[in-house]
Design a protein around this ligand. Structure first.
Ligand code: BES
Ligand code: MN
Ligand code: ZN
Length: 496
């Protein structure tokens, strides 16, 4: 797909469809309507006279111009300017892109909102939201489909404006494209079956991405992991025929002096639950239990392609959680990288066991901040559903910044409390900590478990169990892997 910017009048465009987002404010709507009538003539005048479309949010109107150059005008309502948000623009852009796809169009032109310069958001952000949403909305995981392929015939999307801020718009469109591409890679990794993505192949993908985007990737094999005494990674992987990997990504070493941020991603390539085996209903979803790892790789791709000035370390402990004669058992005690022990009361609480090693290993880099992303608990999905990731941590300022980045990118987070009272729920009689905390507050007790393994750095834990795995199709997020975390982290790091 090529994304481009063109400074032109709509009448100059030769294209299959011109999407025109319009505001409902009376003055703006009247002016925009008059311009369209003047440019496209009687068919448009008749369509607008029908009053079938008034620019309300969610409204659309297809008009066949009868002209030769651009045969279709597709009006999309943006609602009132005073209620404008980037998310509304993402959704209406997605509506337009999906319409062109459904019509099997090749070329789509999208007019920037007529008052883009005066919206409460910088024009580059307006452009970024548009290219991002257009690309994300066209996504379908179709690698293994032999007949019902994606069916996307669109090969070019052109954004059109007469604004004098062409340079800012072009930069914004590029940014949105990089973020969409990174999110799509994370979606692909999540949606891939466990037969394709297991620790070794996940590591190979990370290496490939590093080469492509320009960051370094180091992979530890089972022997190396064992010699480092990462008991959690070794323990959880024991029941599987697939060996574990510990994947280390590094970007921007030249920016070390501004501080290091480490991103830790849960890379369970399939989670059966192990000996504490899961019920079979919906177990297939657990091929996405490496969505945290996918978000880390995706974020690296975007950060490298945007050339952000930030030293970044990525740490991905990767295992397959299987039951077998060699599997870790309830009651077993694990010794983690930092020497602390944990009692495995339930082998299905495996994510925290491997993250414990990665979080303590992160200390080696003396990071100022560590953010971990993990499809960690069903309890978090019960608490927040599929539209918000759970957030916990030890630094309020960072969490506030992440909350803002979430609202802007619409890859949203909500903080859960880590009050001291929850800590005792994971007390063990025989080890330093127990890996489950009983029935209540499961997302928080998981957070508390992780907290026992952090080093001397600011830390935020994001539980993406609900957001990374979607059940319903949305405007620009289809059912399945969503790539949650990428848009959030890129927005956060850009403003850091
Ligand atoms: N990977 C799961 C969590 C999960 C559940 C992710 C649903 C996505 C959707 C995790 O490893 C797990 O099994 N957690 C257990 C913890 C429990 C045993 C304390 C859970 O949530 O049931
Ligand atoms: Mn599990
Ligand atoms: Zn899991």
């Amino acid at each position: 797909m090529t994304i481009s910017f063109r400074s032109a009048d709509l009448t100059a465009l030769t294209t299959d469809l011109i999407a025109v987002p319009m505001f409902q404010d009376e003055k703006l709507f009247t002016a925009a309507s008059a311009a369209l009538k003047k440019d496209f003539g009687t068919a448009v005048a008749a369509a607008l006279a029908s009053k079938d479309f008034s620019g309300k949010e969610g409204e659309t109107l297809m008009i066949y111009t009868g002209g030769v150059k651009a045969s279709r005008l597709f009006l999309v309502g943006l609602g009132e300017t005073k209620k404008f948000t980037l998310e509304k623009l993402r959704r209406s852009t997605a509506t337009a892109a999906k319409k062109a796809k459904a019509l099997k169009n090749k070329h789509l032109s999208i007019s920037m909102p007529e008052v883009a310069e005066v919206l409460p958001e910088p024009i580059a952000d307006v452009a970024a939201a548009m290219s991002e949403a257009a690309l994300l909305s066209l996504y379908k995981y179709d690698k293994y489909l032999t007949v019902a392929k994606n069916g996307n015939t669109l090969s070019a999307i052109q954004f059109v404006s007469r604004s004098k801020f062409g340079a800012e718009i072009t930069a914004g469109l590029k940014r949105g494209e990089a973020i969409a591409e990174a999110t799509i890679h994370a979606r692909d990794l999540s949606n891939a079956p466990g037969s394709e993505i297991y620790p070794e192949t996940l590591a190979n993908d990370a290496k490939k991405q590093g080469k492509r985007y320009g960051y370094s990737v180091t992979v530890f094999d089972r022997k190396r992991i064992a010699s480092l005494r990462m008991g959690g990674v070794i323990g959880v992987s024991k029941g599987s025929e697939k060996d574990p990997r510990f994947i280390i990504l590094e970007y921007g070493a030249q920016y070390k002096k501004h501080g290091t941020v480490a991103l830790v991603g849960k890379g369970v390539t399939f989670d059966t639950g192990g000996i504490s085996i899961k019920p079979s209903a919906n177990m297939a979803e657990m091929k996405m239990d490496m969505a945290g790892a996918a978000a880390v790789i995706g974020t690296f791709n975007a950060v490298a392609s945007l050339k952000l000035k930030q030293h970044l370390i990525g740490l991905i402990p990767s295992v397959e959680n299987m039951p077998s004669g060699s599997a870790v058992k309830p009651g077993d005690i694990i010794r983690h990288y930092n020497g602390k022990t944990s009692e495995v009361d339930n082998t299905d609480a495996e994510g925290r066991l491997i993250l414990a090693d990665a979080l303590s290993y992160a200390g080696r880099y003396k990071p100022e901040l560590v953010i971990d992303l993990a499809t960690l608990t069903g309890a978090c999905v019960v608490a927040l559903g599929h539209y918000t990731s759970g957030m916990m941590g030890n630094d309020q300022e960072t969490m506030d910044a992440l909350l803002r980045a979430g609202d802007r990118s619409y890859d949203r987070v909500w903080q859960l409390p880590m009050y001291d009272e929850y800590e005792k729920l994971i007390k063990s009689d025989v080890a330093d900590v127990k890996n489950v905390g009983g029935r209540w507050a499961g997302a928080i007790t998981a957070g508390w478990f992780l907290k026992k393994f952090i080093g001397d750095y600011k830390w935020v834990h994001l539980d993406i169990a609900g957001t990374a795995i979607q059940e319903e199709n949305q405007d620009y997020i289809p059912r399945g892997g969503s790539g949650a975390g990428v848009r959030l982290l890129v927005e956060f790091l850009r403003n850091k």
